[in-house]
Design a binder for this molecule. Sequence first.
Ligand SMILES: [Zn+2]
Ligand SMILES: [Zn+2]
Length: 231
Amino acid sequence: MSALRGDLHIHTCLSPCADDDLTPVSAVGLAKLAGADVVAVTDHNSARSLPAAKAAADAYGILLLPGVEVNCAEEIHLLCYFRDVDTALRFGGALYDALPDFPYDPAIWGRQLVTDENEAVTGEVEKLLTGAVTLTLAETARLCRSMGGVPVPAHADADSYSLFSVLGGWPMDADFDLFEVKFPDRAEKLIRAGILPDGKPVLTNSDAHTLDAVASRMSTLEDGNPLLALL
Ligand SMILES: [Zn+2]
Ligand SMILES: [Zn+2]
């Protein structure tokens, strides 16, 4: 498969911190309008926007890469991508079991809306999805791979929830094949300094939480990128 371009990190109304009007259908549609070949919907610790995203992707003629952004026990975000929606949903189910159960008030954190392919709200998630799961970064990566997925450290150079902010850089024992960055200039410095690894594919995505941010940044998947094998 030749190089593909797309926004591979988009939140939807399922994430409490994202706008309620950013449905999976609108996320996929906006990516298509922006000229993307592929789009990934990656909500915090849940895959429940993916069935609607898949229906929209099929209707609009764009590839969907099913994803989840896990908040691991260390408070490091790990994007986990899968071959199909059902596998991502099973992975999301395991994450849900590993989330803390404490009183969650949508008025404080935001609503967590499950929507269908017609953008109708079909449910709300009860546990707060932005909490950290009990699985560590290594355990989450292992679970993702055991289900045929590809784990990708999210915004690895960012000031929060990242390898850089939590661990100070790339873990000695990490075997991730690629990573995502937030600030390309800073990431380049970190790579030159050996804090992030050289020679691996690097993604840059929108991490959209609002409609206007969708596809504002896109990644190019060149030949050999392990994510291409999932499409
Ligand atoms: Zn994140
Ligand atoms: Zn995110």
